[in-house]
Design a protein around this ligand. Sequence first.
Ligand code: SF4
Length: 289
Amino acid sequence: MRYEGIVYRPPSEANSLIIQATIGCAHNKCSFCSMYKDKIFRIRSLKEIFTDLEEARLYYNNITRVFLADGDALSMKTGDILSIINKINELFPECRRIGLYGAPKDILRKTTYELMQLHNAGLGIIYMGVESGNDDILTQINKGVNAAQVAEAGRKAKESGIKLSVTLISGLGGKKNWMNHVVDSAKIINDIDPDYLGLLTLMLEQGTELWKKVKSGEFQVLSPEEVTLETKVLLQNLQLSQCVFRSNHASNYLTLAGELPRDKETLLLEIDNALCGNDRYRAEGYRRL
Ligand code: SF4
């Protein structure tokens, strides 16, 4: 298998076979993101992708999950994604889930019928970055879509039957806009009602546009206490039917995991304990607030 540059994947795809269907991110303009800045976006040929898959079959005898990288493999033509899925099914009959990143625009470009075709063929999960539900913040970070479009994309993915995993970024509104960020983010997540919600914390990457704004004083980063308080407000405002919630990325100050709405009160209690500096949390090794 040939890999180009650093390959990113969601935490839940840690044990998956990773195949680069695309190189880089077609958008590549978000002000906080440096993941694919060193790559010029391109879609790999089916021949190259099939060769990688065939080679993987020679090395591994049990592949239960496949993740199609890089940034937004869903930007490929539906027919080509179907060919890849069919090839995976042929080579790895034991495979139980195929996943990929899908930007909101990629989902919107596909018809519901196309998404259903992908689902029926074996596409099990789409990971979509929501980042924030606030229009001003989405504009400031150059997300390229507004909140209504992100919500529409999320609903559309869910309608197709494909599991949807979305991410929000704590602290993306900075000190000035944190309340707008969290309230509007809760609204958009409630609207989408995803199967999985991952909460990351803003990490400043040197050289990004956002990093420059922090340097100039235009953007003020939230303190760990403020990020934790923001998480509390988010959870208080979420009303979901059934969602696996995770805040266990390396960027997070406080590790949280549960199912919503079932574990909401427990999670809120954990946050309150952390905000109060409860010794048990320090003893368990979470970063002291
Ligand atoms: S769409 Fe995702 S990968 Fe692409 S620039 Fe934005 S955050 Fe980075």
